[in-house]
Design a protein around this ligand. Structure first.
Ligand code: NAI
Length: 336
């Protein structure tokens, strides 16, 4: 997709962070923007901000894990703009950290529910509408029939001891996007999966949107761990700049966008690790690398790779620990 003026856009998680950045960028280029989000207050604020920028914006509150609600939101947006979106951007996502072995069913159900099944829901609800509306009229294929973007993460390329539900959800949506990229080629619908690293967003507070029905967690979460995450994310990439990387990938028909890794060095490193894991010689290389990393961490300035937490976010606590009462979890990995 090259021309965004007049296009109808539907952005999940559009009330905050990366999604709001996309709404500002594509709306600023003349797209008519629907933002959907689970938080009404954030939607109201975002819509007011977008309108203040002269952007034609509609906000709809919904939980994208709830299929009837999602379908109703798609219907309402279609009614408002008169047609389905040409630009579907699936950005909403949540995260929570803790040792994999402490994870509960609910930790998986919440994170995979939003990050994977929410995207699956978006595909099943919108893809047939987009094909019907834009790509097969009179038996012809419109080569600029629309574009679907999914925000995954650099977490898609590796496993992480304290981020299992999130990493698996992001690996899954990367794979899902690649399947749809191939499937939708004949319809002229492009697909791009963006895999960012750190973004200046509100994801540090994601646990506040966790539903009560899925509140049973094995992870230690507190205002302090949230403050720590907020301090880290404040150092991330600006959301409008991030949206610029997505625009570039969409304009050039690229199925993957690596905004923090333009030369794909980190991705190569992760894929190399998987290959190394498959041989005795490779495992030797992995152990050498682990030693090198341990040395590097020892020589890091105070606070590790993200520096000292910014006091403006309030008192901090270490995140990624298990709850203290999980007797099977190694003491060093839990709050005590
Ligand atoms: P954010 O928290 O600022 O924005 C995410 C939005 O999704 C929030 O407004 C939230 O209310 C909404 N949301 C959460 N659950 C929902 C649900 N069930 N239904 C509807 N809306 C829901 O966070 P951010 O960082 O802008 O996140 C955007 C995407 O970027 C996510 O998929 C995230 O996993 C991904 N990402 C974020 C990184 C970061 O460092 N912040 C790094 C890599 C990827």
């Amino acid at each position: 997709m090259k021309d965004f003026a007049g296009k109808i856009a539907f952005i999940t998680g559009g009330a905050s962070g990366a999604g709001l950045g996309q709404a500002k960028l594509f709306g600023g280029l003349g797209a008519k923007v629907t933002i959907v989000d689970i938080r009404q207050e954030a939607i109201d604020k975002a819509v007011a901000e977008l309108k203040g920028l002269g952007i034609d914006a509609l906000g709809i509150q919904m939980d994208l894990t709830n299929r009837p609600q999602y379908t109703a939101a798609a219907d309402a947006a279609e009614k408002h703009w008169g047609a389905p979106p040409q630009l579907l951007i699936q950005t909403a996502g949540v995260n929570t950290f803790g040792p994999a072995e402490a994870s509960t069913f609910e930790d998986y159900d919440w994170v995979l529910g939003v990050n994977l099944h929410g995207v699956v829901n978006g595909m099943v609800i919108f893809v047939p509408r987009m094909i019907k509306a834009y790509n097969t009229q009179n038996g012809t294929v419109n080569r600029d029939g629309g574009h679907i973007a999914i925000v995954s993460s650099m977490g898609a390329f590796d496993g992480f001891a304290t981020d299992a539900p999130y990493s698996v959800s992001k690996a899954a949506v990367l794979n899902l996007g690649l399947s749809y990229y191939d499937a939708l080629k004949p319809y002229g619908i492009g697909v791009t999966v963006q895999c960012p690293a750190n973004i200046n967003s509100n994801i540090g507070e994601a646990v506040k949107t966790r539903p009560a029905s899925l509140s049973n967690t094995g992870y230690y979460v507190s205002e302090g761990t949230i403050n720590m995450l907020k301090s880290i994310h404040a150092q991330g990439m600006d959301p409008v700049e991030l949206a610029g990387h997505l625009k570039y990938a969409m304009e050039n028909g690229l199925p993957v966008s690596l905004p923090h890794d333009p030369e794909a060095k980190m991705v190569r490193h992760s894929l190399e690790k998987v290959i190394n894991f498959s041989s005795v010689e490779g495992m030797e290389r992995v152990r050498e690398e682990e030693k090198r990393m341990a040395e590097m961490m020892k020589n890091m300035p105070d606070g590790g790779p993200f520096g000292k937490p910014d006091p403006k976010f309030g008192p901090v606590e270490v995140f990624g620990q298990a709850k203290p009462d999980l007797e099977w979890v190694d003491t060093a990995k839990k709050k005590h």
